[in-house]
Ligand binder design. Sequence first.
Ligand code: NAD
Ligand code: UDP
Length: 319
Amino acid sequence: MRVLITGAAGFLGSHLCDRFIADGHQVIGMDNFVTGNPDNIAHLIGRPEFSFIQYNVTDYIYVEGPLDGVLHFASPASPVDYLELPIQTLKVGSLGTHKTLGLAKAKGARYLLASTSEVYGDPAVHPQPESYWGNVNPIGPRGVYDEAKRFAEAMTMAYHRYHGLDTRIVRIFNTYGPRMRPDDGRVVSNFIVQALRGEPISLYGDGSQTRSFCYVDDEIEGIYRLFFSDITEPVNIGNPDEFTIRQLAEMVIELTGSNSPLQLHPLPEDDPRVRRPDISRAREYLGWEPRIPLEEGLRRTIPYFREQVRVRGASARIL
Ligand code: NAD
Ligand code: UDP
């Protein structure tokens, strides 16, 4: 297969490129580096299976030759990033989705949209099954991301129903692992970097809010299986083990052997109180479930951040 992956220089996009190439496929990566990092794909440059186009996917996209798949991963993804880039976030989720769908239609390619657990907002149903329609504040600060992704899902389904495009939608829940930007402001990167630097751990609110963290290898395996399945309904891919943010902080402190104290900060506006995927659909249709528990995933992730702190002097970014 020959596939286009947008957001290829990002955290998930770069791992997805690796996965397709490992299975013998041809990959064209596309990215404008707004939140990505060329280092994430440096190891692929020069390989015959990989090519790269630096481009903003909100503009008309031209790709030479046939394409069998388009996987749309371009979008700022961490709350700190999309709060700083509200218009770009809305544009890449709306215009970027439209352009990539148009490209897939023109090439007769299968399309996969990277959607998010944020379509459920601050959920009133727990855990979240795909049938839940969500509880999103359209005009709050997170609305730029949540509503862009909800629009992207609607647009994808419209291309599926009206144009008969072969589409997939993955709702990705909090994922972590090597190649996250150390200063992306997400909770896993912040806590590990702060612990390694011996700085206070920034706990927003009282830390009783919950998230369910998926190690990147598990997440990529689920997305890859979905792409090669025939499921056109949205599918949650995430780890159903739920932790409070305070538990995460304590685990990071223990695994890094840090002396960092916890420091309380105000809870950001519209921060979801709970989040946990119902993965029955992925289990049943994809035979997928995560294999790597949080503690093991953190052990695999900490050396990457240690290197970022040691060699690049990386620091955390607090809201
Ligand atoms: P990331 O910021 O590391 O990667 C996103 C990439 O998209 C970056 O390389 C960025 O430069 C690129 N990009 C953004 N706007 C662009 C544009 N207009 N044109 C071209 N490239 C552009 O984030 P990530 O964590 O790898 O997320 C990838 C996708 O997965 C996003 O669509 C995100 O919404 C989704 N997602 C991620 C998570 C997670 O936990 N990591 C959770 C839910 C959904
Ligand atoms: N959080 C925190 N300290 C930080 C960063 C985040 O306590 O330094 C909290 C945040 O308020 C949220 C959770 O951790 O409740 C997950 O935040 P993240 O930015 O990783 O992503 P979200 O799941 O909110 O999209």
